[in-house]
Design a binder for this molecule. Structure first.
Ligand code: C5P
Length: 403
């Protein structure tokens, strides 16, 4: 797993730095090439000579070599690496990483690194538990940094508690797990290369007159997340979008429409070239029979607007679906959820339907989370409360199982 991998090992000023030599030796024996970057303080805990000997490479501490002026390029170092592992990571270094401070080579290398980054924190229990350290670690997690959790035990201060750097062997196992998950993510990312998908999203707008319209509360977030997830896995995506306030997702062709009829036309025109379609849009079921040319004037009487049925896009695509095309629908129900959703699955000839209930907290229109069940003709899988991005991943996983 580690054979031929390029690893930068960052060492910061912590008593646990003595374990970095063992860690470095384990990485090198597992076949990795290791370059060590140290902070100035780290040199007080373990000598550069020790680290240079175990890593079989010169140690990098300063931006340039004061003897001959040779530049230590953090950019090149960042490009070279497959992983940047900072072990031990002191509270100070993690705080600077979280804030983007770049006052030593170890930190400028962090800001230049394009590879995955992992930190193995090491500090006294009170420093570890401090709200500031926990906040910085949370920030690092959000920034995509892997945290290799410290263990509990005797600390250099004489206290017993959490903050002891993970043991070198455990860090090596964590590094292997990071490489393994990066490989699967990469494979997953490109698993839909060469496939094309149509996604509908957002609310349609049915004009009553030049000023008023009929619409609904759909934010478009679920559909945009599905389009993004398909595109991330290498698919070509056409997103037919009704009204939303969202930024267009990267790498997706967007077609903006207003009414249900416009959305119908845009989808029907494109569906035959697609490998599948995901119908997330909240499409109006009824539209005004006539659209007034001028703004309708009020008078003292009540008024009613005659409505006619719109065409069901999902059902139309279901009728014209050819062998191998995957069609996914959504059902947003307030009563008899499962029965209604299963009915739609059959009626619209969908491969599966994503059912969400407006009655559950955390599900539905505007939020960033959803609680859904994925229902096909064989099974119903209930997913827990998840971000819409994660729900999208699960939907796309299921689409892949149909291809
Ligand atoms: O029948 P109902 O509107 O509840 O079905 C919801 C599903 O059908 C969603 O996937 C929605 O995008 C799709 N739909 C459609 N065209 C319509 C109405 C609904 O594609 N006119």
């Amino acid at each position: 797993m580690l054979k031929g991998k390029h690893i930068i090992l960052g060492v910061t000023g912590s008593i646990a730095a003595y374990k970095s030599a063992v860690l470095c030796r384990l990485l090198v024996s597992a076949g990795a090439e290791v370059k060590v970057v140290m902070t100035n303080l780290a040199k007080q805990f373990i000598t550069p000579l020790t680290m240079a000997t175990v890593s079989k490479n010169p140690i990098l501490v300063d931006f340039f070599n004061p003897e001959n002026g040779e530049w230590n390029s953090h950019v090149k170092l960042g490009e070279w690496a497959d992983l940047y592992l900072i072990a031990p990571a002191s509270a100070n270094t993690m705080a600077k990483m979280a804030a983007g401070v770049a006052d030593n080579l170890l930190l400028t290398t962090y800001l230049s690194a394009r590879c995955p980054v992992a930190v193995a924190p090491a500090m006294d229990l009170d420093m570890y538990a401090h709200v500031a350290t926990q906040r910085n670690m949370e920030q690092l997690k959000q920034d995509g940094v892997h945290i290799i959790e410290p263990g509990s035990g005797f600390l250099a201060s004489g206290l017993i508690g959490k903050g002891r750097m993970a043991e070198p062997q455990d860090i090596v196992e964590a590094v292997e797990a990071i490489f393994a998950s990066e490989t699967t993510n990469h494979q997953k990312k490109k698993s839909l290369e060469g496939k094309r998908f149509l996604v509908t999203a957002g609310a349609t707008i049915e004009p009553i007159d030049p000023v008023r319209f009929i619409s609904n509360h759909s934010s478009g977030k679920m559909g945009y997340a599905v389009a993004e997830s398909l595109a991330k896995r290498g698919a070509e995506v056409v997103l037919v979008s009704g009204r939303t306030a969202l930024e267009k997702p990267q790498g997706v062709e967007c077609v903006d429409v207003l009414s249900a009829e416009e959305m119908f036309e845009a989808c029907v025109e494109r569906f035959s070239k697609m490998d599948g379609a995901v119908m997330c849009a909240a499409v109006a079921d009824y539209t005004p029979q006539v659209v007034a040319q001028d703004k309708i004037k009020k008078n003292d009487d009540d008024m009613s607007i005659a409505l006619k049925r719109t065409r069901d896009i999902a059902a139309h695509l279901g009728q014209h679906k050819r062998e191998g095309q995957v069609l996914v629908g959504f059902a947003m129900e307030t009563e008899n959820e499962e029965q209604n959703a299963t009915g739609k699955l059959a009626k619209k000839n969908l491969d599966f339907i994503v059912m969400n209930s407006l009655r559950k907290e955390g599900a539905g229109f505007r939020g960033d989370t959803n609680i859904v069940s994925l229902i096909d003709s064989h099974e119903k899988v209930d997913l827990p409360l998840m971000s819409k991005a994660d729900v999208a991943e699960r939907i796309v996983d299921k689409i892949e199982s149909f291809l």
